[in-house]
Design a protein around this ligand. Structure first.
Ligand SMILES: NC(=O)CC[C@H](N)C(=O)O
Length: 387
């Protein structure tokens, strides 16, 4: 039997901007955190989710009830630190058991200074978020010996209400790398760990708007030598490197205020360089091509989202993490829809009809999630090959 750790952890308060309050236990750092509360339906991959830079200023609720059961390790990371603003779970199992585990989830959260709450009704919270749409929240992780008082609840409510709206926030420039670096790590293999790219066939410049490491690994695995550049690098600097292709990464926040990225992407695509964008990169490519984006009422976060390839009717189960989307009705003649979500019909993939450029809203790099749509990375190398 998995024993709940209730009682061994100090209390924590979760308050939503609409006034809803949940009382649970603090399983991470002591203190207050605020952010947009979203729910993710993946059943594994909590460490990849916590470290995904696209979760900057978002508090993640995991709908799967047992989180922490296989511990954490030094390898399953998508960035060098936790980026999620906080974590909400139902049950933290007493035992963390896995041959790769080096630490428990709780120890990791404390070390990463991440505020987290357990032992709340995550089903109730998820239904509320689904019915009312995205909203801000705050978690107060109390210290041992501290009690939940009306004053602390009011403090949490005030923090939730004061949190900034995700709409209009440019967070790519907050999480991007401060300087250019090269990347040669390839995909993880059982018994071997991560590999090293030895014989590159292509030089790809990757714009880092909050890039997940597994994207870089999957590109390196396919023969790409990577130069990762800061989000605000001008197109001229990138074109001067004479890349075979340019990659536009995932990232947090609203794509619309990222005018520097939209302008650079326009110039790179105009120059005819093969270009591939994922998630925020997909939205930026769409904006650079004349389409519009909008904030979704129900964002997509999970590892089980069906997406249809409109060219062949094939359905892939995909990993998703976005709160904005490209408006189908806004597509100019030069943008062709290639994929749609079978959950809500929203746009999932686009291709330029006049240039070698395409993009995807979900996450072909998975991490966590299924690998069904990894073929998009091969499509990118094929585009560079052709060129
Ligand atoms: N994972 C991402 O790149 C997310 C893109 C964007 N921040 C959104 O929420 O839609």
């Amino acid at each position: 039997m998995l024993l709940s750790l209730k009682g061994n952890f100090p209390p924590a308060i979760l308050a939503l901007a609409d006034g809803t309050v949940f009382i649970g236990n603090s399983i991470g750092a002591t203190g207050t955190t605020v952010g947009e509360v979203v729910f993710n339906t993946a059943i594994t991959g909590y460490q990849e989710i916590l470290t995904d830079p696209s979760y900057c200023q978002q508090i993640v609720t995991l709908t799967y009830p047992h989180i922490g059961n296989y511990g954490v390790n030094a390898e399953d990371i998508e960035a060098d630190k936790v980026h999620a603003a906080g974590l909400i779970i139902k049950d933290l199992p007493l035992l963390a058991s896995n041959f790769r585990s080096t630490e428990t989830l709780s120890q990791y959260l404390v070390r990463e200074k991440t505020v987290a709450i357990a032992n709340i009704d995550t089903r109730k919270l998820t239904r509320l978020l689904r019915d009312k749409g995205a909203q801000n929240g705050a978690i107060l992780g109390l210290a041992t010996g501290e009690a939940v008082t009306q004053a602390r609840i009011d403090e949490a409510l005030a923090a939730a209400k004061a949190a900034p709206s995700m709409k209009g926030l440019d967070l790519a420039q907050v999480v991007t790398t401060p300087s250019t670096y090269t990347w040669d790590q390839t995909e993880w293999k059982l018994g071997e760990g991560y590999g090293k790219q030895a014989a590159p066939r292509f030089h790809v410049v990757a714009y880092d708007y909050g890039v997940k490491k597994n994207i870089l690994r999957m590109l390196a695995e396919r023969g790409c030598k990577l130069t990762v550049v800061p989000a605000k690098t001008p197109a001229a600097d990138v074109l001067a490197m004479k890349p075979d292709g340019v990659f536009l990464s995932n990232g947090p926040g609203d794509p619309e205020p990222c005018d520097y990225a939209i302008e650079a992407t326009r110039q790179i695509i105009d120059a005819g360089v093969p270009t591939f964008g994922i998630c925020l990169g997909h939205q930026i490519m769409a904006l650079a091509s004349g389409a519009k984006t909008f904030k979704m009422a129900n964002s997509h976060h999970g590892a089980n989202h069906p997406v249809k390839d409109l060219d062949n009717g094939r359905v892939s189960i995909t990993s998703q993490n976005h709160g904005f989307a490209v408006e189908m009705a806004s597509l100019p003649a030069t943008l062709r829809p290639t994929h749609i979500s079978l959950f809500d019909g929203t746009l999932q993939g686009l291709e330029r009809t006049d240039k070698p450029a395409f993009c995807f809203q979900g996450h072909p790099e998975a991490s966590p999630g299924p690998h069904d749509i990894a073929y998009l990375f091969d499509r990118f190398t094929a585009l560079m090959e052709k060129k």
